[in-house]
Write a protein that binds this ligand. Structure first.
Ligand code: ASP
Length: 357
């Protein structure tokens, strides 16, 4: 029996290595992403592909998944229908159901990420609420569409595909709740809807984008603004029922009638969508200060789309007993104030929350 020479052994070893390198690698298991559908225009339908009128929330989650088979190449997908409503009808019941389900799913070791389909009207509120109550670093990505699924050039399918790509990407973890629309990745705290009808409606005006996603290829630029998800003191869900908080818009010749009416209707907190830097008429300021004295927590925000509402710039917040909303627009200020009021009525504590979240 001849013995192999050392050079023959090296040759055999190199041959084996070359064959192993040429063989197609076993496909790595795809990440597992659960899709929670809530309705919106992304699930909307019209009678024709070129008409403006349509109904939100007509298409179920299975139809939605079937319409974008390309997404199955990015992740193993499972769908659940949480609701099927236009997001103008979004409410606390759906929010609680959604928060509970996202917290359950993200705690499972066999789930890598969650995509939530939603209407564009209130997506920024739902995203921000989840950003505060989800207790996980795993990607949670909301997406939506401006055109119904039946429209010519519907934007939903690509938005959905891109949202799945972001939810399946490990690099999306730890960036808070994200919103993916029209190739852009927004942080929940920073985005806002800026056009009633344009496909390019969402902007993150003050702090900019978290990243971009082009046909499933993601690029991340930075982390989110503010404390969120696993670092949030609200993580796991609200401590109790969230109290009523109303938003009142300031305008020329404003009086205190709506401020008083909101409190009479049961509001425990008020957010003023002020003019400019959270300003309002002296009559409104006096009515608001009177409610603040009675223990209603009053936050000054602005009806202007972008900018910081600074503490005691034109209005002396210390004197009146107000909270300044800082970077929070009225709708986000309302979400944070409702959660804050489940913990405390202390104005310093609530101002701290506005600084941190
Ligand atoms: N009204 C719709 C909704 O928010 C609008 C949309 O989804 O674009 O459900």
């Amino acid at each position: 029996m001849s013995r192999s020479s050392p050079s023959r052994l090296v040759f055999l070893f190199l041959m084996c290595a070359a064959v192993a390198a040429a063989a197609p690698a076993a496909p790595a298991a795809l990440p597992s992403v659960v899709v929670l559908a809530t309705g919106g225009t992304i699930a909307g339908a019209a009678a024709s592909d070129v008409q403006a009128g349509y109904k939100s929330g007509q298409v179920g989650v299975d139809q939605l998944l079937a319409a974008v088979p390309q997404a199955q190449k990015l992740a193993r997908l499972k769908g659940e229908q949480i609701a099927n409503i236009g997001s103008q009808d979004m409410n606390d019941d759906v929010w609680m159901k959604l928060a509970k389900r996202v917290n359950e799913l993200t705690a499972q070791s066999d789930v890598d990420g969650v995509v939530i389909t939603h209407g564009t009207d209130t997506i920024e509120e739902t995203a921000y609420f989840l950003n505060l109550v989800v207790k996980s670093k795993k990607p949670v990505v909301l997406t939506a569409a401006m055109r119904p699924s039946t429209a010519l050039s519907a934007d939903g399918p690509l938005n959905f595909f891109n949202a799945v790509a972001v939810a399946a990407d490990k690099d999306a973890a730890g960036r808070g709740v994200l919103v993916v629309v029209n190739d852009w990745i927004h942080g929940a705290a920073s985005l806002t809807k800026t056009s009633t009808t344009a496909v390019q409606t969402f902007l993150s005006p003050l702090s900019g984008l978290i990243g971009t996603v082009a046909y499933g290829t993601t690029e991340f630029y930075r982390g989110p603004v503010g404390r969120n998800t696993d670092k949030s003191e609200f993580a796991g869900g609200p401590a109790g029922p969230m109290p009523r908080v109303d938003i009142i818009m300031a305008h020329e010749n404003m009086d205190g009638a709506l401020i008083d009416a909101a409190v009479a209707a049961g509001a425990k907190g008020l957010v003023i969508a002020g003019v400019g830097n959270g300003n309002m008429t002296q009559a409104a300021l006096d009515a608001l200060a009177a409610q603040a004295k009675k223990g209603i927590v009053c936050v000054r925000s602005s009806r202007v789309t972008t900018g910081n509402i600074g503490r005691s710039v034109e209005v002396d917040d210390d004197k009146y007993g107000f909270v300044a909303s800082l970077e929070h627009n009225p709708q986000k200020a309302r979400v944070l104030l409702r959660l804050a009021l489940t913990r405390t009525k202390d104005l310093k504590e609530i101002q701290r929350m506005f600084e941190e979240y």
